[in-house]
Design a protein around this ligand. Structure first.
Ligand code: FES
Length: 226
């Protein structure tokens, strides 16, 4: 099986494709494939040319941290949750997420997700429960990994400067639901950085590895009273 990887030495260098031969187990995840290719001291491409280790990020290797988010065969996905056997014998093509600056190979700078949350001062903060607190949905919304897969497919998210994306919407819901006295203020921020420009393609929900019902977060936030 061939593995094509879009590589880039630094944020300012030109990206290029490199192809590798993978003859490891089919039970491996794409994260396992990258590990396998990086394993030897002498790493060569498919033509036997010596090359460098492929840069990529991982931590948990069990779909919890979100750091291995990338584009695999044109599908935004977590590398540790995408298995070779499910690619049905196809060659694998891997590229970094396209809505963020590439730092090195498959490693991108996703700090804008957190910077936007900080800028809008959306944080859970003090807990002031109200009678109609929806614990089940709070729990679902809190599963956001901030992996950035939803932003890869979002037609409205360009560079994160004005439209902040689904992660922001879910965190707005969470913050407002836990502190109703701030709900109005949070709803205004939500409208400015999400609500006004979301075209409701909802592709974010299709790719979310945690299956977060973002549409429900939006509806609940809109219907929330301070
Ligand atoms: S390594 Fe943590 S989600 Fe893949």
């Amino acid at each position: 099986m061939r593995v094509r990887v879009l590589r880039q030495v630094s944020p300012v260098s030109t990206p290029y494709w490199e192809t590798f031969e993978y003859d490891g187990p089919e039970d491996n995840s794409v994260a396992g494939v990258l590990d396998y290719l990086n394993y030897h001291d002498d790493i060569v491409d498919i033509n036997g040319r010596k090359t460098t280790r492929i840069g990529w990020e991982c931590s948990c290797l069990q779909g919890i941290c979100g750091s291995c988010a990338m584009v695999i065969n044109e599908n935004p996905a977590l590398a540790c949750e995408t298995f070779v056997r499910d690619l049905k014998g196809k060659d694998i093509e891997i590229r970094p997420l396209r809505k963020f600056m590439v730092i090195h190979d498959l490693v991108v700078d996703r700090s804008s997700i957190h910077e936007n949350l900080k800028q809008a001062n959306v944080c859970i903060g003090e807990y002031q429960p109200s009678e109609d607190t929806d614990h089940a949905h709070q729990c679902a919304a809190a599963k956001c990994l901030k992996c950035g897969l939803c932003l890869e497919v979002c037609p409205n998210y360009v560079n994160g400067h004005t439209f902040f994306g689904a992660a922001f919407a879910n965190d707005c819901y969470l913050a407002a639901s836990r502190n109703r006295s701030k709900a109005e203020q949070i709803r205004e921020l939500y409208a400015d950085h999400f609500g006004k420009d979301c075209s409701k393609s909802l592709s974010c929900m299709d790719v979310c590895p945690m299956k977060i019902p973002t549409l429900a977060s939006m509806a609940k936030l809109n219907g929330m009273k301070s």
